[in-house]
Design a protein around this ligand. Sequence first.
Ligand SMILES: Cc1cc2nc3c(=O)[nH]c(=O)nc-3n(C[C@H](O)[C@H](O)[C@H](O)COP(=O)(O)OP(=O)(O)OC[C@H]3O[C@@H](n4cnc5c(N)ncnc54)[C@H](O)[C@@H]3O)c2cc1C
Length: 535
Amino acid sequence: MTGAKSAVVIGGGISGLATSALLARDGYAVTLLEKRGDVGGRAGLQERDGFRFDTGPSWYLMPEVFDHFYRLLGTSAAQQLDLVRLDPGYRVFFEGRSEPVTVAASREENIALFESIESGAGAALERYLDSAALTYEMAKKRFLYSTFESFLPLFRRDVLRRTRLLVRLLTESLDKFTARYFRDDRLRQILGYPAVFLGSSPFSTPSMYHLMSHLDLEDGVYYPRGGFATVIDTIAALARGEGVDIRTDATVTSIDTRAAASGRKPSVRGVTWTDSAGESHSLAADLVVSTADLHHSETRLLPEALQTYPESYWKKKTAGPSAVLVSLGVSGSLPELDHHSLFFTSDWKHNFSQIFTEPTSVPSPASLYVCKPSASDPSVAPEGSENLFILVPVPADPTIGGRADDAVQRIADDAIAQVAEWAGVPDLADRVLVREVTGPADFASDLNTWKGTALGPAHILTQSAFFRAGNVSKKVDGLLYAGGSSIPGIGLPMCLISAELVIKRLRGDTSTEAMPTPLTRSPAVNRARDAGARR
Ligand SMILES: Cc1cc2nc3c(=O)[nH]c(=O)nc-3n(C[C@H](O)[C@H](O)[C@H](O)COP(=O)(O)OP(=O)(O)OC[C@H]3O[C@@H](n4cnc5c(N)ncnc54)[C@H](O)[C@@H]3O)c2cc1C
């Protein structure tokens, strides 16, 4: 585009694809460079023998955030995806108890469910969910869509009025918070588990995040038919439609800068990248947005003097868990499992401390998660078989190993045995037709994640909201960040918001709300383009 400013986006996960689409719509000439052979990053796809395995996300929460993102691009979630609301929401197996608990799709049914487990818990859940809904709405309106470039817009009457409540929600742990409402361990586990979505533990994540229960117990759990890869496909197609040049097998090896004019910071001049044949290339750009993990972007792609977040910063930070992922094609049907099934151990607190507290170790038995997308989607498994995805949270430590290591394969064997025993499918291991395993070392080498974390920096208080790493380099002009390790944080909806925060930061938009839809080109970009065209 004549006169258009150029941008390079590093990384082709959901954040990179979303950021590149918005930048292109805003008038930038965008090139996206992804090191792997396919886009998707953590939200990848593995196809084998007729099975389609999503390699990462499986919970589609905060549907309005997805829809808002699509609307920025002039379309909608309904136009792009075939979403089904899961009913029931999910099933939970508890160690030592023969009867699982089935969490329903609606608030009313869940209130009745809680009451059936603990007398008085129905009314307590009503209060809990009211508080969760209010906190979620406030987070969406005041925190999630803020770049925190300025704190002034946060000082609104609705926030100030709730200062005391906010302080309590930030300083009390989620576990303590739920204990004030419920006595039954099972209910407290159901309400504490969402901390794992945030790469954290209910014992260290702030109770602010009880807002997550609004999402799974009231708002509903959705699934995009075709799998999460279809979400990636649609965003990649929209990015291409906006003119983004997406290049795979393109590993960025440095973010390049030009020396500062006196009194100013150095500024980006582009990136150096290597193709699959190992040949090095330079690509000039006015703007670079890295959506690779922030630890990698900062400590591997920039010289030390230009790092806003050097190794000394990361030494004091807490990584979210890594995971051993087991994708299985299984012959026959598995009615014992729901679309989503959770398996909680009774020494749950010890389980979390094994993952997060030094010296760490791999929990066994583990509190783990199983997805069976074939429950809702025949396209992900050949007829007469099931698609299973087991996620075993483990410490963020690449020395645990990867798919080639016996230790990781043993963790996978143990997880299959645990699911078989707890869910009552004794022949599960014998029915496995296809098996793919991923471990912490694979996250580190395949995706350049910090310490092999599956998710990113944990959402503990000191790594949430304005305490989380910001989306702009303090040392290099024209260098911005998006993705799970930056603001607002972990999860697909957060990553879509992080893309929008790049546009807000470039425009100096310090508002706390989502931008109006559809995204229209900023006057500043139009002026720059016109000036370039006149030259
Ligand atoms: C097992 C698992 C389960 C999850 N479950 C859920 C869920 O149910 N719901 C939900 O909402 N979220 C879930 N998440 C979180 C969600 O998947 C992530 O937050 C999100 O996908 C992160 O996207 P991203 O684009 O920020 O990072 P990534 O997906 O990691 O993308 C970064 C990209 O950068 C590339 N890259 C790295 N270095 C370079 C380089 N030097 N040059 C070029 N490219 C580079 C990587 O290859 C990668 O493709 C889950 C994640 C995992 C791993």
